[in-house]
Ligand binder design. Structure first.
Ligand code: MRU
Length: 347
């Protein structure tokens, strides 16, 4: 698999996912602004990948803070983290990663060079940890997959959305590795086609059979009995188990309930936000109208039409069959069990 993001010496290299599957190019980020551009433009995307990119961005910011006094250095780093945090609102991994980097800076000895080195090391640990967490999630989730199964997924919660292996696609990869016969239905995921472009690309690379379907076909596909289970990722899981994920996920969950198909969410505990009581408290990103008024760079609506472009929706917890995490499969009651898992794992 292509690396989603990595360090090349002092430069943060970020795969430009807007160009996939056609072209493989990396954006070389030498400062935090460039990383924020990558996050906002969706050159890099997916909650865990956004978190990793944020940590790398703060390392670059730390390098650019030219003061020797540790207290002043930390103050400036706090300000940089505030800017980073505001890059996108829904995926909580962004704020989580900023908090983690600031905690390292706070605990480090009072020497600016040492703090910088420790932040760099922390960003590397976060990248490696993310892959390990996804593999653990995959192993837990694979047990929920029957010996032969067609799995429907929405958006891209794959290697590209993480530092590697993926969350929802990690479950699929682990099931295949365990010898199960899996095929995938990838919702195309309008307007930016993360399913059609990215999920389908990852599956083709792996040799896992994949069919791309319009988002609006979920009803007919399930009515025909073509789906055994759904697995999706998450941008934020509220304390009560409500799940924010790419717009259209809620529709998938409703159809799954109607057709008695299990609907699983695969998400690391860093995506679970106990400070957000319910889905109604999750900020939903609204993006430029242009994204829905155009397709592949061409206008698809007449001049004068407005766009309505919510990038995420919230699936209420009662539609979620279980939440697959790195510490195991979490079932209801979510409020109690998510809090318990976070406490035990100290995430
Ligand atoms: O707007 P995006 O492409 O960043 O949205 C991504 C998703 O909604 C993913 O499903 C989610 O972040 C989980 S990624 C493991």
């Amino acid at each position: 698999m292509l690396e989603t993001l990595y360090w090349d010496g002092e430069v943060a290299m970020i795969l430009d996912q807007r160009k996939l599957p056609g072209q493989t190019t990396y954006i070389a980020c030498r400062n935090m602004r460039r990383v924020i551009y990558c996050i906002q433009s969706l050159a890099t995307r997916g909650a865990p990948a956004i978190g990793c990119a944020a940590a790398m961005g703060l390392v670059l910011a730390a390098r650019a803070i030219r003061v020797k006094d540790p207290a002043k250095f930390r103050q400036r780093l706090d300000r940089a983290a505030e800017t980073m945090r505001a890059a996108r609102p829904t995926a909580v991994n962004l704020a989580w990663a900023c908090d983690r980097v600031l905690a390292v800076a706070a605990m480090a000895p009072d020497d600016v060079e040492t703090i910088r080195a420790m932040l760099r090391r922390e960003s590397e640990i976060m990248l490696a940890e993310d892959v390990a967490i996804n593999r653990a999630m995959g192993d837990h989730g694979a047990k929920l997959v029957p010996r032969r199964a067609t799995i429907l997924t929405h958006c891209n919660a794959g290697s590209l959305a993480t530092a590697g292996f993926g969350t929802a696609l990690g479950v699929i990869r682990a099931a295949v590795a365990a010898g199960k016969q899996v095929s995938v239905i990838a919702d195309e995921t309008r307007p930016l086609l993360q399913g059609g472009r990215l999920t389908a690309w990852e599956m083709v690379q792996e040799g896992i059979p994949v069919k791309v379907a319009p988002d609006s076909a979920v009803g007919v596909i399930m009515a025909k009995g073509l789906v055994d289970l759904c697995v999706v990722g998450a941008d934020r899981v509220a304390a009560n188990g409500d799940v924010a994920n790419k717009v259209g996920t809620f529709n998938v969950a409703l159809q799954a309930k109607r057709h008695r198909v299990p609907f699983y969410v695969a998400a690391p505990l860093s995506t679970v936000d106990l400070d957000t009581p319910t889905g109604a408290d999750i900020p939903i990103e609204e993006r430029e109208a242009k994204e829905v008024l155009t397709a592949m760079g061409r206008a698809i609506a007449p001049p004068g039409a407005e766009g309505l472009n919510f990038a995420f929706d919230v699936t209420p917890q009662d539609l979620v069959s279980a939440i697959i995490t790195e510490v195991g499969v979490i079932e209801r009651p979510y409020r109690r069990n998510l809090a318990r898992a976070k406490k035990q794992a100290r995430v």
